[in-house]
Ligand binder design. Sequence first.
Ligand SMILES: [Zn+2]
Ligand SMILES: [Zn+2]
Ligand SMILES: [Zn+2]
Length: 147
Amino acid sequence: MSGTRERTARQAGIPMRPGPSPAQMACGHTANGRTPEGLPACAICIGIVGGAQEVVASPDLTLRLARCLCGKECESDDRLPFFEYRGPGSSAANEVCKVCEFRHRNETFAAELFDPKKRRWVTGPVHDFEPIGDRPDLFYCGHDGWN
Ligand SMILES: [Zn+2]
Ligand SMILES: [Zn+2]
Ligand SMILES: [Zn+2]
């Protein structure tokens, strides 16, 4: 490791949401959409991951690293686009399986796993669920455009 300190989003050239921090949803994402009633929600997780319409306290992001799928990294900040907290106590740490890195549909029957890329439940090998635990947070840096 280089030992250099993580750069802020501004230093890394990553666009930040303007204004104050958005609501933290129980699914782990910051609010990125609204319900028909105008309440904060996570459009990514609605109908898939629990807590997509439940606002929770914002996690402590001190000294946490956020990473885009393209590999770009910066200090965690809840105003990063499509930010998802994956640290202690998060849905991602507690509900994603260490063995297969998917969400299991339930804890007793492990043959059905949720594939976020295909956005559907797929059949996988049966094994016991083991939580994956703390990982770097996720965000989207805009490398593939904004549409
Ligand atoms: Zn979500
Ligand atoms: Zn990226
Ligand atoms: Zn698994």
